[in-house]
Design a protein around this ligand. Structure first.
Ligand SMILES: NC(=O)c1ccc[n+]([C@@H]2O[C@H](COP(=O)([O-])OP(=O)(O)OC[C@H]3O[C@@H](n4cnc5c(N)ncnc54)[C@H](OP(=O)(O)O)[C@@H]3O)[C@@H](O)[C@H]2O)c1
Length: 236
């Protein structure tokens, strides 16, 4: 870790935002601004005054506000990490704003190292079974009852990874929203002869927070538009 302490703005101050606040000093980041619905309704907190001296922002807000926040932060010239999910319908617009501004941007549905390794395991399984017509595929995820989007962004990424690996047969997808589950994802292949089950289980939200904090340090001073699953190993 570089010795320089970076100034961090937290956009979204719910469960993830508060955990980022607690862990930031361990990653050489000093939180200097905290925005939530009260001081950032309609993007009201995205001002040059608020962001003077801010090196990087991390957004774990709500799906409806992420894209507007991201465009606003690019306009302010602030490097940004987005962990919030459910906004990818506006990905192209955000990318255009970031590229026009020449800022740095990392987004990802899941910042845990384990899930990013899991994407690669699933990609390999999908590639191996892409032509094996005897095998059907299913996918399942469970999260706590407060999670707003379903299927999860992580599940959408897993399905994307499988398609990119050449698996183009149907995948039966199911989701649960219940209790306090931090996040469980399974991919299964089932034939008459046997089955394969691949499972990732998050134990807590801390892995997500630490991944986002590492990404914040990595993106500082590095213009470009990056998806976390492509660069996570560079942040370690
Ligand atoms: N990528 C990953 O690894 C990962 C991991 C976990 C969660 N997530 C995602 O991260 C997001 C946040 O999760 P969470 O559990 O922390 O949710 P949460 O507890 O509901 O927190 C959401 C926060 O967003 C704030 N907010 C609402 N409107 C805002 C605005 N205009 N500007 C700034 N903040 C605003 C809320 O403010 P108020 O409190 O004032 O309403 C609240 O503080 C979700 O999309 C979730 O799926 C991603």
């Amino acid at each position: 870790m570089s010795a320089q302490t970076l100034k961090l703005a937290l956009v979204g101050y719910g469960r993830m935002g508060q955990m980022l606040d607690r862990l930031a000093p361990e990653h050489g980041l000093e939180v200097v601004l905290r925005l939530d619905q009260h001081n950032n309704a309609g993007g009201a907190g995205l001002t040059p005054e608020n962001f003077r001296g801010v090196d990087v922002a991390i957004d774990f807000s709500v799906p409806e506000t992420v894209a507007d926040n991201a465009v606003g932060l690019a306009g302010l010239g602030v490097a940004t990490v987005v962990g919030a999910t459910g906004w990818l319908d506006r990905l192209e617009e955000v990318q255009a704003a970031v590229e026009q501004a020449g800022t740095g941007f990392v987004y990802g549905a899941n910042f845990s190292i384990g899930v990013n390794a899991f994407y690669r395991v699933v990609a390999e399984a999908a590639k191996l079974l892409a032509q094996a017509e005897d095998y059907d595929c299913w996918a399942w995820e469970a999260h706590h009852k407060r999670k707003l989007d379903a299927p999860s962004g992580t599940m959408l990424r897993l399905l994307g990874v499988m398609r990119e690996s050449g698996y183009d047969r149907p995948i039966d997808v199911a989701t649960n929203r219940v209790g306090w589950v931090p996040g469980t994802h399974e991919i299964g292949f089932d034939s008459e002869a046997d089955s394969i089950e691949l499972r990732h289980v998050a134990r807590s939200r801390e892995g997500f927070a630490r991944g986002a904090l590492r990404a914040a340090r990595w993106i500082h001073g590095r213009p470009g538009f990056f998806e976390f699953s492509k660069i996570w190993d560079q942040t370690l």
